[in-house]
Unconditional design. Structure first.
Length: 157
């Protein structure tokens, strides 16, 4: 039975570990997520390079620095890294293919959106209120961190 595959598997059950964001300035971006969303640093800071990283990334001479931030609620981490050498980043919009955004449940969407802006981020769209059948009423807004990564801030009732 497909629902019991992990129960019969000799492997450890799957557990979500982290989401990675590659930053132009990892320290500045880490401070943003700590200030606005209450993420907590998980030491140690990372400074990694070597043949193993070149092989793992497929990037000769790869050198990364950064840290993990514990997400609110004590769950997985947000891994904020920067590469010593990076290509120019394309503009990211809510409909850009690939991973699109990270979301946080907040008590006050407007207040958090204002805090995002006052800490170097921006608003992507407008605040919207929508009734999602069978789930509840959702007040949400897309914003962006100082490097343009999209964040959904949401409040449920």
């Amino acid at each position: 039975m497909a629902g019991n595959v992990l129960l019969d598997s000799p492997h450890m059950p799957t557990r979500f570990a982290h989401v990675n964001v590659i930053a132009q300035d990892w320290r500045k971006l880490a401070v943003f997520y700590q200030t606005v969303f209450g993420c907590k640093p998980v030491p140690p800071e990372r400074d990694q390079s070597g043949d193993w990283l070149d092989r793992a990334t497929g990037i000769p001479g790869a050198h990364i620095r950064g840290m993990h931030l514990r997400l609110p609620g004590g769950g997985p981490t947000l891994e904020v890294y920067e590469y010593e050498d990076m290509p120019q980043r394309p503009e990211i919009k809510p409909n850009t293919p690939g991973f699109s955004h990270i979301a946080f449940v907040v008590d006050d969407v407007e207040s958090v959106a204002n805090e995002v802006v006052s800490n170097g981020g921006s608003r992507v769209g407008e605040v919207e209120l929508v009734n999602i059948a069978g789930v509840g009423e959702l007040l949400f807004q897309y914003v962006a961190d100082p490097e343009g990564n999209i964040i959904e801030i949401q409040q449920w009732s």
